[in-house]
Design a protein around this ligand. Structure first.
Ligand code: 0RA
Length: 660
């Protein structure tokens, strides 16, 4: 077989190692064991999200091939038995001997070694790190069985794997005409994912968003009709020549906009072999959104492309204002202009790099200027081409700027003086620090837990607000009821940043909010109600990563002067085995609630910055519509949606998680 990868490379790889494998090679090739041992490190867990990462990975690889211009059709097929097939009509994964491991095909190296993809083309395959772009090998490792078919050079090649290991040789399965591309068919391993299965609705939405993001691809979706329990189609051809504009039209349906038609366009950056696409409008009322993507991967935390986008818009609008000799335009900031903006921004660049806790922030420096320059030009033209619309937009932004300045006059005061003016809830035990920076508001369940927390806290930086039992469920209550609810009023007053139209994050009186409820089912329910409140009423705080869950223990284990805490029943058993001798008499106490915990224990386990663990509440980056649907289903007014969720998920609940 011909070596496609450069003959010199093949020899260099083998030089000094003799023929065959060296011990070092084998070490590299045995790379998939860690994936099966600790799947969480590679796909963020073993839950439904993690399972769907496998599908996303395989579809993203096919998308990369399409975005690189080598494929224009992708077929995604879900079978009743949870087998997923992704077929593209691209170049086909190379099947020649791998330059570094000449006894293996490139295909096998890609499927059996971690992070091997990028070593090939140096183009599309090192798209990212962390949760996406983990590589086909991770999918292979976590699949009970995976079958690959490559049609390349008029030949069909096939090979099968089980749990990451090849179970057949790479077979030449005959010649094919008029066919090219890669087909990956796999079934996630129940040893890893239990009885969890792919959700058609989720896969379908994922495919649909990819088709919106890249109009050069047609995605053929099909799934076994027996799997469909909602309005997900069993078959669909997804192709959107209108791209992002089509998506935006659906997303803002029925809302009044400041401009008559979206500002949308596409610009190439030949110097970076990339391009940018956008579709943007402004909504009269309510909150807008800006969904950003790099190479079709969602960038929930924005990044350099978003920075370039903001700069282009603000500078463009200010310049237009200057042209109109409107001095007020100079006061317009990105926040003013982006506040009511609803839009999509999608870039395609070489070697995108992602960073951040959820790997959803683009960090390529060059993207900022590329996007800014490309968009600035278009935006200037768009404004100049329709002065009536441009004037409306300018007036809209100026109004927001003035509103902001008015508020700043009231609020730019340090915390303490703001406190004097503000009415603070009587139950709040505030902290003493003047500024919000580095401070935390603990929301606790009931007065008795509140009392312990007050004693356990650091007075300078930690404030405590006790809430009475179950707060109002904001997902099912009317706005009127919400406004009248005392607990929520107290909470909003303590936070200081207002809600709805009056929301201003700069008035937030604390750096973080920590939900600290008991380690039992009621505590979990209250935490869910509070998270729903923040998601619905103060989404900015969630988006900025300012909302946290405390992790109080449920048990204390003591023997022979040793005192250890355990989070739940399983943890208690682990701790018993790990920290005490088999015959030791261990005194186990179960805290009925935080109020029963001695303040010193509460401090040590849950509140002390040096020792505690906090969980940050984040939105899944890949799919905002999914979050909102899920919250509506679980917390909203329609019990039948909850019932459906319980029916679909009951099988994966472990008995020990139930806590009477
Ligand atoms: C490595 C190198 C080349 C293509 C691919 C991988 C490839 C991977 C996937 C995964 C799904 N579909 C795919 N299609 C292609 C480049 C091969 C060449 O230069 O011909």
């Amino acid at each position: 077989m011909n070596d496609l990868f450069g003959r010199g490379g093949a020899r260099k790889g083998a030089a000094g190692q003799g023929e065959g494998y060296s011990a070092k090679d084998i070490e590299v090739l045995e790379g998939l064991e860690p994936v099966r041992r600790r799947p969480g490190m590679y796909i963020g867990g073993t839950d439904e999200n993690a399972l769907h990462h496998l599908a996303a990975e395989v579809i993203d690889n096919a998308m990369d091939e399409a975005v690189a211009g080598h494929a224009d059709r992708i077929e995604v097929t879900l079978e009743a038995s949870n087998w997923l097939t992704v077929r593209d009509n691209g170049r086909g994964i190379p099947t020649d001997p791998h330059p570094k491991f000449p006894k293996l095909s490139a295909l096998e190296v890609i499927l059996t070694t971690l992070h091997s993809g990028g070593k090939f083309s140096g183009k599309a395959y090192d798209t990212s790190g962390g949760l996406h772009g983990v590589g086909s090998s991770v999918v292979n490792a976590l699949a009970e069985r995976l079958e690959v078919e490559v049609a390349r050079d008029r030949t069909l090649f096939t090979q099968s794997y089980e749990r990451g290991k090849p179970v057949t040789k790479l077979k030449n399965a005959g010649s094919v005409q008029n066919r090219r591309g890669t087909t990956i068919r796999f079934k996630p391993d129940p040893e890893i994912f239990g009885t969890l299965e792919f959700k058609p609705a989720r896969l379908f939405r994922f495919c649909r968003s990819k088709a919106y993001l890249y109009r050069g691809v047609e995605i053929r979706w099909s799934c076994d009709p027996s799997l469909v329990k909602d309005d997900t189609p069993a078959e669909a051809v997804l192709h959107f020549p209108g791209g992002l504009t089509d998506f935006l039209a659906g997303a803002i349906e029925g809302q009044a906009t400041v401009v008559p038609a979206p500002w949308a366009g596409l610009a190439e950056f030949p110097e970076a072999a990339g391009r940018v696409e956008w579709a943007v409008t402004w909504v009269e009322r309510g909150e807008g959104f800006l969904n950003t993507y790099a190479n079709t991967i969602p960038t929930g935390q924005g990044g350099t492309h978003e920075a370039g986008f903001r700069a282009a818009l603000v500078k463009g609008l200010r310049a237009y204002g200057e042209l109109k000799k409107d001095k007020r335009a100079a006061t317009v900031t990105a926040e003013d202009l982006l506040g009511g903006l609803a839009g999509m921004l999608s870039v395609f660049i070489r070697n995108p790099h992602f960073q951040g806790q959820t790997k959803d922030k683009l960090t390529n420096v060059e993207a900022a200027k590329l996007v800014e320059n490309a968009l600035r030009d278009h935006f200037d033209h768009w404004l100049a081409g329709d002065p009536a619309t441009a004037d409306n937009l300018l007036a809209f932004a100026i109004e927001r700027a003035e509103e902001r300045l008015r508020r700043r006059a009231e609020k730019d005061t340090p915390r303490k003086s703001a406190t004097r003016k503000l009415r603070l809830p009587g139950k709040l035990a505030d902290c003493s620090r003047e500024s919000a920076e580095g401070t935390e508001l603990f929301l606790v369940e009931g007065d008795s837990a509140g009392g312990s927390a007050k004693q356990a806290r650091d007075r300078e930086t930690q404030a405590v607000l006790p809430l009475r039992g179950k707060i109002l469920n904001v997902a099912s209550a009317s706005t009127e009821k919400l406004r009248q609810n005392q607990e929520l009023k107290d909470l909003i007053e303590a936070l200081g940043c207002g809600v709805g139209d009056r929301f201003d994050i700069r008035r937030l009186r604390y750096g973080r909010v920590v939900i600290m409820t008991d380690a039992d089912v009621d505590g979990a329910h209250i935490a869910a109600l509070l998270m729903t409140f923040f998601y619905k009423e103060l989404p900015e705080l969630v988006r900025e990563g300012r909302v946290f869950l405390a992790q109080p223990p449920l048990y204390r284990l003591q023997a022979g002067g040793v005192s250890v805490y355990a989070m739940d029943d399983a943890d208690r058993e682990r701790v018993l085995k790990a920290r005490f001798k088999a015959n030791q008499k261990v005194e186990v106490s179960r805290f009925k609630g935080l109020g029963e915990m001695p303040p010193a224990s509460l401090k040590e386990t849950t509140m002390d910055r040096k020792k505690r663990t906090l969980l940050r509440v984040v939105l899944p980056p890949e799919d905002r519509a999914y979050t909102s649907e899920r919250i509506d289903a679980l917390m909203g007014r329609r019990p039948e949606l909850r019932f459906q969720f319980i029916q679909e998920n009951a099988a994966s609940v472990e008995a020990e998680a139930l806590d009477a």
